[in-house]
Design a protein around this ligand. Structure first.
Ligand code: DLL
Length: 437
C-alpha cells in the first residue's frame, strides 16, 4: 500500500554489525554454548562419544562436528529433559502442540525472555512499529509462543497492545474498529478471516484503521500477501520462528520486504540437504537448521526445523548485515509425493491465488485408494462467483486444474465447494487432510 511507506529504522545497532565481527561474536557464543550444553545428558553423551570440548570449536565450520537435534529427541526427553539450568532458574515454559499427542516443552530463563522480547522488537520496528502505535494481537495466548512472544516485543518497543487472542472473529473486527488499531498481528490465514468477518458484519474491511500487519506462524505466499494487503488495505510483513528455537523472533522482514533477516547474533543458521544433511549452496532450497547461541533454559544445537527455505547472504539496502531467508516453501513433513512428484501445499496455494473467483480457503485431501496416492484439492468459491450453472463451475475447475498442473506438473482432482464450507481455524490453517493413515 503506497500510502503507508515506512521509514527504515533499526532497533539495535548489532543488526548492522560488520559480518567479520558478527562471525567472531558467533564463535565466542558457540564455544560458550558447547560448555553450557554439556549440562544436558543428550549433548553430554554426544560430545563424549565424539570427543568434543569447547576448545575444539576453533571456527564456525566446526559446528559440523556437533550432533543434530530433532523433534524426536525433544519427544524422547519429555517433559523437561533438555534443561541446561536448574529448574528454579526457569521463568516461563511454552510448548508446541504438534500433531502427535503430547506437546514438546521449551523453557526460558528471565534473561531468555528479555532477549526474546528484544528479538521481536527488532523485527517489529523493522516492519514499521513505532511507540505511538496500537497493536491488535489475535494470536493464541497460552503454550503457543505467538501471543506472548509478540506481546512482549510490542511492549518493549513502547507501543500499546490489545491482547485480543485468537477466535471470535466478529469481536476481533469490533475491537480493531472501535479501539483504532494501527497494526494487526496474527497468522496470515486468520488475517483473511478477519477481513471475511468484517464483510459478514456489513463492514468494508478496507475501512478498518489498520496500517501494518505482522504475520507469521504458518507458510504463506506472495499472492496471499497481495490478497491480504488488498482486502485490509495495509502493508503486510512476514516473520518466522519456531518454539524449539525461541518462538517468533528468529527472523523477520525489513522495509525492503525481500526475505527475512535471521537474527544471527542469537541463532547460527545452516541450510542442508534434508537427505544427505550436507550444506546446500546460497540461494538453494534446503532444510534450515538452527543453533541457539545465547539461550540458557533449553538451548538447542543444530535443530532440524524441517522447514524448506533458501538463504540469501547478499547485503540488504536497509543496512542490516544479517543473512536473509526466503519464504518457507513447505515443511519436509508436509511434502506430498504424488506419483513421484514432490508437491508442497504452498504450490497449490500459489495456483489457487492466480485464479480469480476462488477464495484462499482450501484443503488438500490425500488418499490412497489403491497403490498410488491421490490428491484432491477442495476449494471454496467466492460467494459472488458461486453459481448453479454447471458450465461456469466447470470452466473454473478447468482453470484451477491448469494452474496447478503448470506449477506442480501433476494433475489433481479439483472439487469446488460452497463458500464457508471449509473449516476455519483462528490459528494455523490446517491445509492437508491426510486420509492415508
Ligand atoms: O509458529 C512461532 C511463531 C509464532 C512464528 C508467531 C511467527 C509468528 P511453532 O508453533 O513451533 O512456532 O511452529 C513453528 O511454523 O517450523 C514453520 O513450519 C511454521 N512457521 C512459522 N512462521 C512461519 C512463516 C511458531 N513466517 C513452525 N512462514 C515453523 C512459514 C512459518 N512458516
Amino acid at each position: 500500500m503506497e500510502s503507508f511507506v515506512i521509514e527504515n529504522r533499526i532497533w539495535d545497532p548489532v543488526e548492522t554489525m560488520p559480518r567479520s565481527e558478527l562471525r567472531a561474536l558467533q564463535l565466542v557464543r558457540l564455544r560458550a554454548l558447547v560448555e553450557r550444553a554439556a549440562a544436558i545428558p543428550l549433548y553430554r553423551e554426544a560430545f563424549k562419544e565424539n570427543g568434543i570440548t569447547p576448545d575444539e570449536i576453533r571456527s564456525l565450520d566446526d559446528i559440523r562436528r556437533l550432533p543434530f537435534t530433532t523433534k524426536e529427541d525433544m519427544r524422547k526427553h519429555y517433559p523437561l529433559g533438555l534443561l541446561a539450568v536448574p529448574r528454579e532458574k526457569i521463568a516461563r515454559i511454552h510448548g508446541s502442540s504438534g500433531t502427535t499427542g503430547k506437546p514438546t516443552f521449551v523453557a526460558y530463563t528471565a534473561e531468555d525472555m528479555r532477549i526474546w522480547a528484544d528479538l521481536c522488537a527488532r523485527f517489529l520496528v523493522a516492519g514499521g512499529l513505532r511507540p505511538e502505535h496500537l497493536v491488535h494481537i489475535a494470536f493464541g495466548y497460552g503454550l503457543f509462543t505467538g501471543g506472548f512472544g509478540l506481546h512482549y516485543g510490542v511492549e518493549r518497543v513502547g507501543a500499546a497492545v490489545v491482547p485480543a487472542a485468537a477466535g471470535n472473529t466478529p469481536r476481533q473486527v469490533m475491537l480493531i474498529r472501535d479501539l483504532g488499531a494501527d497494526v494487526l498481528v496474527c497468522t496470515p490465514s486468520y488475517a483473511l478471516q478477519i477481513a471475511e468477518g468484517a464483510r459478514a458484519e456489513g463492514i468494508d474491511p478496507r475501512t478498518l484503521p489498520l496500517r501494518f500487519g505482522h504475520f507469521g506462524g504458518e507458510p504463506w505466499t506472495e499472492d496471499m500477501r497481495r490478497q491480504i494487503e488488498q482486502e485490509l488495505d495495509l502493508l503486510a510483513f512476514n516473520n518466522y520462528g519456531l518454539s524449539e528455537v525461541v518462538g517468533p523472533g528468529v527472523s523477520g522482514e525489513c522495509a525492503a520486504r525481500d526475505g527475512m533477516h535471521i537474527q544471527e547474533d542469537h541463532f547460527l543458521v545452516e541450510c542442508v540437504d534434508p537427505e544427505t544433511l550436507e550444506p546446500v549452496r546460497d540461494y538453494e532450497y534446503g532444510e534450515l537448521v538452527f543453533t541457539t547461541l545465547t539461550k540458557q533454559g533449553t538451548p538447542v544445537i543444530r535443530y532440524r526445523s524441517r522447514d524448506i527455505a533458501a538463504l540469501d547472504p547478499c547485503p540488504c539496502p536497509c543496512g542490516r548485515t544479517t543473512v536473509r531467508m526466503s519464504r518457507v516453501m513447505g515443511r519436509t513433513d508436509d511434502m506430498l509425493i504424488i506419483r513421484g512428484v514432490n508437491v508442497f501445499p504452498s504450490q497449490i496455494e500459489e495456483a489457487l491465488l492466480r485464479v480469480e473467483g476462488t477464495a484462499p480457503h482450501y484443503q488438500i485431501v490425500v488418499e490412497r485408494p489403491g497403490a498410488l496416492d491421490e490428491l484432491t484439492v477442495r476449494v471454496e468459491v467466492r460467494p459472488e462467483i458461486f453459481s448453479d450453472k454447471m458450465s461456469q463451475m466447470q470452466a473454473l475447475r478447468d482453470r484451477i486444474d491448469r494452474e496447478i498442473q503448470s506449477i506442480t506438473g501433476i494433475r489433481v482432482r479439483v472439487e469446488l465447494v460452497e463458500p464457508q464450507t471449509i473449516e476455519r481455524s483462528p490459528g494455523k490453517a490446517k491445509r492437508v487432510l491426510d486420509l492415508r493413515k
